[in-house]
Design a protein around this ligand. Sequence first.
Ligand SMILES: [Zn+2]
Length: 433
Amino acid sequence: MTQFRALRGPALSFRGDPFIDPPSEALVHDSDAILLMEEGRIAAFGPAEALLRRLPPGVPLETFPSGMMMPGFIDSHVHFAQLGITGACGHGLLEWLEHFTFPEERKFADEAYAQRVARLFLDELARQGTTTAAVYGTVHAASVDALFSEAQTAGLRIIAGKTMMDRNAPEGLLDTAQSSYDECRALIERWHGKGRLGYAVTPRFVATSTPEQMEVARVLREEFPGCWLQSHLSETTAEVNWVRQLFPRCIDYVDVLETHGLLGPRAIYGHGIHLTHRERMRLASTDSAIAHCPTSNLFLGSGLFDLASAKSIAGGIRVGLATDVGAGTSLSMLRTMGAAYEVARLRGANLAPAQALWLATGGGAQSLGLDMTIGNLRRGMDADIVVVDTSPVAWLDWRCRQARDAHDWLGALMTAADDRVVHAVYAAGKRVK
Ligand SMILES: [Zn+2]
């Protein structure tokens, strides 16, 4: 028998992309909506007035009169193995990797440790309303086994891969081109497409992979076209200079990726801060995506991502929003939306609250090539839903009640809210908070 469940309350959804259409038209605020879930999917969504009469008889109905339903958040770039070095202060990217990241990632050779951290990580994602995440493991295949096996019970959509590094990393964190091929292949066969799990081929960045290993990444994508590719790109100027020295024959950083066949749909690159016009053009025209990680960029002092240029160039680059924990400072996508706004302001630009929410939902889905499946409240999509309720935070509740409209409400929320307002979370129709 089909299992129906329905949610009722105010809701925010999108009828368009607020980077293309005016945000006031793209964002839809229903003051009283119904969302019908069936077998993990959204079976119907719309104004309660119209839908109430059409609900199947006896369907369980949960109401959130003081809440706001919205699509589940999508974190398009995060390192679960760096949870333990969040807030490790004192360095920029390359030194931070050496002083904090590599020693911590070494611990993930121990599967029990990896499992413990994976559980903490997935619990926190659900608590923050994140229903999909693109996650980096460590170089150890066991770290990804631990994450996927925990994610199976958590019900979240997790795209992940083992980090590939065959140079410029310390002993104990290195693989080889051949071993990375064998391990990735085995992980793909074990996990990719199992429930909500998907595999991402994950070379850390071009400075830690030899051309032979990049060739392995290209071949894996060719052999398994349903998989993703995730890596880092142009995060700091020191890194950009290093990459220039390592690949003197390439025009620029993006050319290194293109030369090695690593651009295209379902390729998601973290950061992309110090890009040239040419590089942005190549990313846009190949449908490659950028994961914008504002809290991480502020914490490490990496730079200010030029979102306006990324979105305005030749049809626009696909951009998702990401926490990039542990360089990122919080797994909260609401706080990350607020940071994206602040970074835009520091660049002398603007970011409408509807655009910030889009980056955390529909834009993230686009960056992962999953915009028919997640990122909005629409019939046929996965029932990934966050219900926000500001009433546990008295002053914020008061502020939000004075909001001029849904945009003002959303602006206050992303600027000042924390996880206390994340009231209920559904992942594929299952309540996970
Ligand atoms: Zn990262």
